[in-house]
Design a protein around this ligand. Structure first.
Ligand code: GUN
Ligand code: ZN
Length: 491
């Protein structure tokens, strides 16, 4: 059975989707964050989770299976009763324990049957999460084993329960892409990209973006994609923009136990906070000193609540940004909170063609926020369009006023380049750009000119510019006449 996953709105490779979860008779709006609930101890009582905006949670079937008491209760009462949550519940299989401890005592058949029996809504086979630093040979043989287990998962009778097809492949893009294509060819339903936790824990966001991009190429645009173990809210926007739809977070609870306070700009230690700037119920009602003085159980619970509020709020903000068409502005501002996130964003932009194919044509006003904005897919798309346009000459392309003596004159607007008059009031040429443009913006504009000039070999072009940097001037084709409008004061 294929899970009905409907995509409602796109922004870069991010999307608003609706995932139907038939066994729970619910739909989940994506991007969504699933809090991890440990069956042994609940940092936050699961029946309070919907008040945080939680639509679905995730727990570990292997932990339940390993514990005789929990296993028997799960069999007799059912998973939802055992956990104390009546919305959809996804279950993991023990693969993470396999990666941590090297061995687990359950097969894919057994654990899938157990997940089905106790009433899981989305179940997971025992995939092999290969460490990101493993060599190619290891990654290939682990991947072959994961793929055998996906085949077993397809053959198990799971009724109307959805089953995931994890995508492994280490940090080798070709293996990730192939694993994505293989997973998409099964009749399984949800597609988690696995073994990224060691990367994310070490701020290796650039590699995580690359392997997500590769997995997405193999999976294609229509499959719902889960990024296993990506629980820090500062990474959500970036990963959504690369096409992740589902996230799970143990971080909200694990970080709370270490007195760590999550924000969308990074992690803080409770000890170092003088004032809370967050407006969640916990931060509105407590100050840092009170939390520090509270007993450990209360402090951990309150910190976990704050951590979850911040994480859920970021997911809402991301969904709203997609609806509005400002996801890349959000990603760019998040990227500026940490140099490793900036590397992640720059890596995202390396996949500009993949993003451009998914992106929609019209969004909220494009904001140019840093030199990285010059590499956004909207700029790329405009350049591609210039490469298909007919231009009559002689044509003046100018940053200043239109001029007599030319057949025609078009404005130049960095980072886009030439603005055909008919398009001047359409997205993305309505962009808000800074008065003090940077060199990357001018170079991008010159690349736009180059595309137009190359598409019109018979046309004479004049470019009139205010003091462009040398790299931009040198990007212009030699046959373009360049005029200098002055110092830039009149820009
Ligand atoms: N949790 C975090 N990473 C993984 C993974 O690669 N596979 C599974 N099944 N669970 C995970
Ligand atoms: Zn808070």
């Amino acid at each position: 059975m294929t899970a009905p996953f409907e995509i409602r709105q796109q922004d870069a490779a991010g999307r608003i989707g609706e995932l139907a979860v038939p066994r729970a008779d619910r739909t989940v709006e994506t991007p969504a964050l699933l809090p991890v609930v440990n069956p042994h101890y609940r940092t936050i009582d699961p029946d309070r989770l919907s008040a945080f905006g939680v639509q679905m949670l995730i727990t570990n079937s292997y932990i339940i299976y390993q514990d005789e008491d929990l296993r028997e209760r799960a069999r007799s009462e059912g998973l939802h009763e055992l956990i104390g949550f009546d919305g959809p519940i996804m279950t993991d299989s023990g693969s993470f324990q396999l990666a941590e401890y090297g061995d687990i005592s359950v097969t894919t058949e057994e654990i899938l049957e157990f997940q089905a029996e106790m009433g899981s809504d989305i179940a997971t086979p025992v995939d092999i999460p290969t460490h990101p630093d493993a060599d190619r040979e290891t990654v290939e043989s682990d991947l072959a084993e994961t793929e055998r287990r996906l085949a077993i998962a397809e053959s198990v009778d799971t009724g109307d329960m959805l089953v995931t097809a994890p995508v492994q492949g280490g940090t080798f893009p070709d293996l990730r892409e192939q694993a994505g294509a293989n997973a998409a060819a099964t009749d399984l339903d949800v597609f988690p990209v696995g073994a990224v936790v060691p990367l994310l824990n070490n701020y290796r966001y650039a590699e995580a973006v690359d392997l997500l991009a590769a997995a997405k190429r193999g999976l294609g645009p229509s499959r719902p994609v889960h990024l296993f173990g990506a629980g820090h809210p500062m990474t959500f926007a970036l990963m959504v923009a690369m096409g992740a739809d589902l996230f799970d977070s143990a971080a909200y609870a694990l970080f709370a136990r270490d007195e760590r306070y999550l924000t969308v700009r990074g992690t803080k230690h409770l000890e170092d906070i003088e004032e809370f700037s967050c407006t969640c119920p916990v931060c509105a009602e407590h100050d840092p000193a009170t939390l520090r003085d509270a007993d450990e159980t209360t402090r951990t619970r309150l910190l976990a609540e704050h951590n979850l509020h911040v994480s859920m709020a970021e997911m809402r903000r991301i969904r709203e940004a997609i609806r509005e068409g400002s996801l890349l502005e959000l990603v760019e501002s998040r990227a500026h909170a940490h140099p490793s996130l900036l590397d992640g964003y720059r890596t995202l932009l390396d996949h500009v063609e993949q993003l451009e194919r998914a992106d929609r044509a019209s969004k909220s006003t494009f904001f140019y926020l840093s030199e990285d904005s010059a590499r956004r897919p909207e700029v790329r798309r405009h350049h591609d369009r210039l490469g298909r346009l007919d231009a009559e000459g002689p044509l003046l392309l100018t940053e200043g006023q239109s001029d007599d003596g030319y057949e025609d004159s078009w404005r130049i607007k960095p980072p886009f380049g030439p603005v055909p008059p008919a398009l001047s009031t359409t997205y993305p040429l309505t962009a808000e750009v800074p008065e003090r443009m940077d060199d990357s913006g001018y170079v991008a504009a010159a690349r736009g000119v180059k595309r137009l000039v190359e598409a019109n070999p018979e046309t004479k072009f004049v470019v009139a510019q205010f003091d462009w940097p040398r790299e931009a001037i040198e990007t212009l084709p030699a046959r373009v006449t360049v005029e200098d409008l002055g110092s830039g004061m009149g820009r």
